[in-house]
Design a protein around this ligand. Structure first.
Ligand SMILES: CC(C)(COP(=O)(O)OP(=O)(O)OC[C@H]1O[C@@H](n2cnc3c(N)ncnc32)[C@H](O)[C@@H]1OP(=O)(O)O)[C@@H](O)C(=O)NCCC(=O)NCCS
Length: 170
């Protein structure tokens, strides 16, 4: 468990993937970072099992401190122990829990984990150029804009620019 002020990070358990399935099948939520595709229970189970077996992915559930309620997930993926870098991904799946600083707190804990536990040198991410809340959160944490991939993703009928942001170990 990785403890923060209002939330903590801990592994996602098999019985919880049903909740994640609801988030991944919610078009609006999914459109913040990818195109929509329906996901079935069996596909979700396969995804979870693959994640649990991967050496280069660390998946965490984001939970509220008092209740332990699962409100989202975050992960470091593509962890490369030679280049010492990884990609950060985050989703506050519970729409009511967005905009309450939990996402920024969770990313901050994930950065601590990446730099201090995994001994990474760089953590990067991809974010849609119009995802103002996510960009504000990442900037607050010290991520810097590294470049923009023009019309890189096709979401909901239109192409969108994708920004790459990164942060180095202090
Ligand atoms: C992006 C996400 C992780 C941010 O977490 P959050 O807990 O909702 O955001 P926070 O409350 O920490 O807010 C971060 C900053 O964004 C600002 N913000 C909040 N809502 C905003 C909005 N609608 N537009 C622009 N900025 C906004 C806040 O003011 C805050 O900055 P401040 O503390 O200086 O005021 C979360 O909203 C989320 O999971 N969204 C859906 C999926 C997604 O976009 N994932 C990221 C893909 S790259």
């Amino acid at each position: 468990m990785i403890k923060g002020k209002d939330i903590y990070l801990s592994p996602v358990e098999p019985e919880e993937i049903q909740l994640l399935l609801g988030w991944i099948n919610d078009r609006e939520t999914v459109h913040y970072n990818t195109y929509y595709m329906p996901v079935s229970k069996i596909q979700q189970k396969g995804w979870y099992e693959k994640m649990m077996k991967s050496d280069d992915v660390f998946l965490f559930g984001i939970r509220k401190k008092r209740s332990g309620k699962l409100i989202g997930t975050c992960q470091l993926c593509g962890v490369n122990m030679i280049d010492r870098n990884a990609e950060l991904r985050i989703r506050i799946g519970d729409t009511k829990e967005r905009g309450k600083s939990y996402g920024t707190q969770a990313s901050s804990l994930l950065l601590d984990f990446g730099f201090n536990d995994l001994n990474l040198n760089k953590i990067y991410l991809h974010v849609f150029a119009d995802n103002a809340r996510a960009i504000a959160s990442y900037q607050k944490l010290g991520f810097r804009h590294e470049g923009t991939m023009k019309k890189h993703a096709h979401v909901n009928g239109k192409y969108t620019d994708v920004k790459i942001m990164s942060i180095f170990r202090k």
